[in-house]
Design a protein around this ligand. Sequence first.
Ligand code: BYC
Length: 334
Amino acid sequence: MYTQAMDIPDAATKPAGVSRTPDAQDAAFEARIDADGRIEPQDWMPEAYRKTLVRQISQHAHSEIVGMLPEGNWISRAPSLKRKAILIAKVQDEGGHGLYLYSAAETLGTSRDQMLDALHSGKAKYSSIFNYPTLSWADVGVIGWLVDGAAIMNQIPLCRCSYGPYARAMVRVCKEESFHQRQGYEALLVMMKGSDAQKAMVQDAVNRWWWKCLAMFGPPDADSPHSAQGQRWGIKRISNDELRQKFVDATVPQAEVLGVTLPDPDLKWNEDRQHYDYGQIDWAEFWATVEGDGPCNRERLATRVKAHRDGQWVRDAALAHARKQQERTNKEAA
Ligand code: BYC
């Protein structure tokens, strides 16, 4: 899909037979970025740009794969066949997103094995949000509404990321995330028309997930080591704080329609700013979770490592099949 073999060099790559000096390569890259152009796998790029993308795209891929676990827990306990079918489709989509993203990261010269080793050894990060438990069926609806809602807010600007394969993968991912968000919100709307116990279950889930979703956007801009350079390179288009604010502004009216309270006494419309003000996020708790000490970090990682080990026979069988096919082709060609 991302093969470079047939690509014709263009403005930012060296013309055939002409070797560019490092300064000229750098200038061509910067000019392309300044012109809001796309960088493709065959283009020269600074090592720091490549590393930043490998870090972000692989963390994003890990988040999609680990993100299958909290909701996957509920597939066998979904309250109806309809909800079960929707949930299976959603969790399967997340798996697909992980695979596109691993493929996009591979175009930067890293291997799937290297990325998975980093995840399984605890070196690589994945989104903090997936280290919290899903305690009731309402959590599945709230993950769709708030977690996928936050994910879309963060990911729409990534469709314009300067790195082509990542930007293109994000277009499809965002379309699917939009379905995920709607199915979650619709499931909650149905519950909020139900019994008092169902309404209480939704409110409890909102109370537990709200603050974690705000933290998902990453540290405040002033404490975000990668933001300035990420924005300079056109990888990040909108800052962590700006996206968080957009998410709050979009979600408050949705909560009103749903009939739930967002658990923040400081949440109020600010006429001067034309935005909602909101309270303090617990950053100590966020960092503890990111560093491996959240309620489910160990369980999530252990589940992924076991799944990978249990899948070894599938990888072995696929390789044996590919070898056999190759031998047959070679024999026929001989
Ligand atoms: N959790 O300088 P910063 C989904 C780390 S999956 C953990 O702001 P950056 C879904 C950050 O990595 C959603 N770590 O960094 C799936 C960095 O650490 P390192 C996943 C976090 O990269 C299933 C350090 O903090 N989405 O949609 O400029 C079901 C400093 O941060 C978090 C993506 O991955 C966090 N929340 O900005 C449902 C989107 N936040 O690497 C839904 C792509 C920050 O130096 N990624 N850190 O060790 C991004 O947009 C950016 O990487 C971030 C962080 C906004 C997340």
